[in-house]
Design a protein around this ligand. Structure first.
Ligand code: AMP
Length: 546
């Protein structure tokens, strides 16, 4: 027997309609690419999204067409989130930090018909103009006054965003269609091989947004002021561009201004209560706060995810600035959130030290995400905080296959998706990432977690960033090499580092060597690129292997 409730389809357009009706005066503030602060409301955003939907319809855009964006977090990008997906077309957010050849590859793979581009990224599109035949037009996210001279003219139709929507009606009836229709396309950062597209549906996006705003996840309310530093060009700003209008929270977009000083200024002037970003952003902010003496007193919570969060960041914000750091784990294939770290019953009276220990874990599963860890033979491992193995997940916002079937079958017969992360899960259900499958160091048949070693190394005052990779070893197969970047002006030796780590890790985990470099390679999403680091140290011989 079927239930007798309405089967209204879950569509992204309903979010902006809801915000317009229920939170019309709530502000959306943007630090712009042209310079200066732009300020308007959810009612304005909703109107302009409808103007955009009309403009796209006039350009001939139809259900399923892929429309790309190459843009920072800002109000025009926000309007596109609704204008494009609301129409039933697919918003393809491109990460401008990908290598140009990867951008070229994904535009062609996605067969984008139009690209919306921020002023900053016009040169990137200019360089690709001869190689992207599916693109019929490029729309620059600015007004006539700031339109640049561009070599794109003559190759493709170049349009100005404000002019494109200026004459359009603010009325538009958002179409109703199947909630499983594709809404957004996001490519993985592709550390190996070509990037692969993850195609989110309206249904998966809305369910993810509901789940991500539970009290023990983002837990945002209409009283919050949210600064998503995490980019709208990769995994939809962790859902913030949907969750905030759903919750009626004020949105503050940082645009291209991601340095500590700009972030602090915006937090103070807009009275930001909540922000989300990757560790490097928070490190930059922490350094700025310490050197300038400035504060961020309105900020209650910061979410850190995307890569393992160094203890010093969690500690610094909590102890010096009174901001709680919530650690989150996710990935492109999960829309992106999978686990979130908040305390549970029995943890009410943790000391600061204990709370920080807890915060180092990647968090508990959100309702909707089923997770498990398995060994090399596929046996499920216990949640005892000791056993570690491949982390697998399944659920309504986990990808079933990549766009156009790239990579073949990616889930097993029971829908388990292997994340490529190696984890343990403690008896309270907190998941702890110990490594990427490719990065774990296999020494004499046992595994050494590169992340654990890195976390210890960055605890040293002189160290800014650290990476550990496995180096081939005749006797042990692989042994760890610690590669460090020193803080400016700091003095530290290999012997100092090893002495510092002694006692903090198992004896046999001690790196066989320590080298210092000026900088470490990073991927387009700001993660350490172990692939490039391993290439760099391909011919390296450890002193223990001579
Ligand atoms: P991406 O798809 O580019 O968002 O990358 C996803 C990957 O980033 C995950 O599979 C993890 O390896 C890594 N990652 C994300 N969040 C965390 C975290 N909190 N701690 C450690 N690694 C993380």
């Amino acid at each position: 027997m079927l239930g007798s409730m309405q089967s209204k389809q879950l569509l992204i357009s309903s979010i902006i309609e809801f915000a317009e009706k229920n939170h019309p005066k709530t502000e959306v503030v943007s630090n712009t690419t042209e310079g200066g602060i732009h300020r308007y409301t959810y009612a304005d955003a909703a109107k302009r999204s409808r103007q955009m939907a009309n403009a796209l319809t006039n350009l001939g855009v139809k259900l399923g067409d892929r429309i790309a964006t190459l843009a920072w977090n800002g109000y025009r990008h926000f309007e596109l989130y609704y204008g494009i997906s609301g129409l039933g077309a697919v918003m393809h957010t491109i990460n401008p930090r990908l290598f140009p050849e990867q951008v070229d590859y994904i535009v062609n793979h996605a067969e984008d018909s139009y690209i919306f581009v921020d002023l900053t990224f016009v040169p990137l599109v200019e360089a690709l103009a001869d190689k992207i035949p599916t693109v019929k037009g490029v729309i620059i996210l600015t007004d006539e006054e700031h339109m640049p001279e561009t070599s794109l003219s003559g190759k493709v139709k170049v349009m100005c965003y404000e002019t494109l929507i200026a004459g359009e009606s603010t009325e538009f009836d958002w179409p109703e269609f199947d909630e499983n229709t594709a809404a957004c396309l996001c490519y993985t950062s592709g550390t190996t091989g070509n990037p692969k597209g993850v195609l989110y549906s309206h249904r998966s996006t809305i369910i993810h947004a509901y789940a991500a705003n539970q009290p023990d996840v983002l837990g945002l309310s209409a009283l919050d002021v949210v600064l998503p530093v995490v980019p709208m060009f990769h995994v939809n700003a962790w859902g913030n561009a949907y969750i905030c209008p759903m919750a009626g929270a004020k949105l503050v977009f940082p645009g291209a201004h991601l340095d500590g000083e700009s972030i602090q200024k915006l937090m103070e002037s807009e009275k930001v209560t909540f922000s989300a970003g990757v560790p490097t952003i928070w490190l930059g902010l922490l350094q700025y706060l310490r050197s300038s003496g400035k504060r961020i007193d309105t900020v209650k919570r910061l979410v850190i995810g995307g890569s393992a969060c160094p203890r010093a960041i969690i500690e610094g914000f909590r102890m010096e600035y009174g901001a709680v750091v919530d650690h989150a784990w996710g990935m492109t294939e999960l829309s992106p959130l999978g686990t979130f770290n908040r305390p549970k019953a029995g943890m009410e009276n943790l000391t600061d030290e204990e709370y920080i220990d807890l915060s180092m874990k990647q968090g508990r599963g959100m309702f909707g995400i089923d997770m498990r860890i398995i060994d090399d033979e596929g046996n499920e491992l216990p949640w005892d905080g000791v056993a570690f193995g491949t982390l697998q997940v399944r659920g309504p916002w986990v990808c079933e296959s990549y766009f156009k079937g790239e990579g073949g079958q990616v889930i097993d017969e029971n829908n388990w998706f292997s994340t490529g992360d190696v984890s343990k899960i403690d008896p309270d259900g907190y998941m702890i990432i110990t490594d990427r499958t490719k990065d774990v160091i296999k020494s004499g048949g046992e595994w050494i977690s590169s992340i654990d070693l890195e976390n210890v190394a960055v605890g040293h005052d002189a160290i800014q960033e650290a990476a550990v990779i496995g180096i081939t070893h005749k006797k042990w197969d692989e042994r760890p090499l610690l590669v460090c970047v020193k803080n400016e002006g700091a003095e530290v030796s290999k012997e100092d580092m090893l002495a510092y780590m002694d006692g903090k890790i198992a004896k046999w985990w001690m790196p066989d060597d320590v080298v210092f470099v000026n900088e470490l390679p990073h991927t387009a999403t700001g993660k350490l690129s172990k692939l490039h680091l391993r290439e760099k140290f391909e011919d390296y011989t450890l002193p223990t292997d001579k």
